[in-house]
Ligand binder design. Structure first.
Ligand SMILES: Cc1ncc(COP(=O)(O)O)c(C=O)c1O
Length: 381
């Protein structure tokens, strides 16, 4: 899709892009200033492998104040983006012969992190009408003898679904009972619209469940810092140490300037985060409303992140401009060619029939883009 879009753009065609996976805002000024100061003060060298002590202390303060979970700095590993945190967590915890539960629709990297650790993902369905929460009946039909872990992601990419506390409790109890390691990807923790975000580890502690959790978080989405590559994990010392050994051999440490700026991001003024959230909220309401006005499309109201994940399955097996729409790759390609709009096909996330629309773009673009999608699809019905 990106290649076709690039070709179209090079021909001067006005293409609207709903595939973006990052906030469209710039990093807040106070964080940029902190990075400049860091460079002026000489924070331009290698740091301790698991992360600068001051930054890990800042992370501990943030986790205590923001998430209500207490850790010491030995429980923290700073990585080059949360993607690295998740990847090294899988490498430290899993090996050949292991299976790891990944919920479908999944962020495309989850099954690959598991495979890179020589283990195999065990895909479990979620229920679309229920905020894409796990289908526990599906788990009960599976042989779970080789399962060693489970990856959670609420709010989710690609669905924007947020799981209820009761669903998380149920998973944690299963994890405790079966000795599964839990990796909780919480990179969208601050982009939650309805209700308050509660970290999986906090739920674990509140209810005395006793599951083993590696919490992975990121500065990327919360502070529009995707290019800075700063993420972190919090978990039991022994696991963090193993992750740190693997990471240290691959990349030594995360970038020093980003870590200094990260202290300001986590502990400085959070005004920007509130502003970003209210902008995303009004865009969410707009895009979901517009998508639901398209004939045959239904879109549930996502509780978090910045993705809408509507169901386009009524368009499957229809003919459009002489082409049979066999899957969402075909639908997305039709939308790109005849509406000049880039979307992401759900088949890539293990979700046939769905298409992901990122609303990390302004409202005028959302209105124009969905108008174009609507008129292109009206030709099919
Ligand atoms: C669900 C999810 N987890 C983790 C990440 C990784 O974030 P980063 O490596 O930028 O910290 C992303 C980025 O798109 C994501 O969508």
């Amino acid at each position: 899709m990106a290649t076709i879009a690039a070709e179209m753009k090079s021909k001067g065609i006005d293409v609207i892009n709903f595939s973006v996976g990052e906030p469209d805002f710039n990093t807040p000024k106070n964080i940029i200033e902190a990075a400049k100061d860091a460079m002026d003060q000489g924070y331009t060298k290698y740091t301790a492998g698991p992360g600068m002590i001051e930054f890990r202390e800042a992370i501990c303060r943030k986790l205590k104040q923001e998430n209500g979970i207490e850790y010491e700095i030995d429980n923290i590993l700073v990585s080059n983006g949360e993607k690295q945190s998740l990847s090294v967590a899988c490498q430290a915890l899993f090996e050949q012969g292991d299976e790891v539960i990944v919920f479908r629709p999944y962020w495309v990297s989850f099954p690959e992190f598991v495979r890179l650790a020589d283990a195999e993902p065990l895909l479990i369905n979620t229920i679309a009408e229920n905020n894409f929460e796990p289908d526990f009946n599906h788990i009960s039909t599976k042989n779970i003898d080789n399962v060693k872990g489970v990856i959670l992601n609420s709010p989710s990419n690609p669905t924007g679904g947020t799981w209820s506390e009761s669903a998380i409790i149920k998973i944690l109890k299963l994890a405790k009972m079966n000795n599964w390691m839990v990796i909780s990807d919480e990179c969208y923790e601050r982009i939650v619209y309805d209700g308050k975000f509660i970290s999986t580890e906090k739920i674990n502690r509140l209810h005395n469940i006793g599951a083993t959790i590696i919490t992975c978080m990121s500065l990327s989405k919360t502070y529009a810092m995707t290019g800075w590559r700063i993420g972190y994990s919090a978990g039991p010392r022994k696991i963090i140490k193993a992750m740190s050994k693997i990471q240290g051999q691959a990349t030594s440490c995360a970038n020093s300037i980003g870590q200094r700026a990260g202290i300001e991001a986590l502990l400085g003024d959070q005004k920007y985060v509130k502003e970003m959230l209210s902008m995303f909220l009004s865009r969410r309401d707009l895009i979901v409303d517009l998508l639901n006005q398209i004939r045959g499309v239904s879109c549930f109201l996502p509780g978090g992140a910045f993705y809408a994940f509507p169901d386009f399955s009524t368009y499957l097996d229809k003919r459009a401009e002489g082409t049979l729409l066999r899957d969402t790759f075909d639908i997305a390609e039709y939308i790109l060619k005849f509406a000049n709009v880039v979307t992401v096909p759900g088949d890539g996330f293990g979700a046939p029939g769905h298409i992901r629309f990122s609303y990390a773009t302004n409202k005028d673009t959302i209105k124009e883009g969905i108008k174009r999608v609507k008129s292109a699809l009206e030709k099919i019905y």
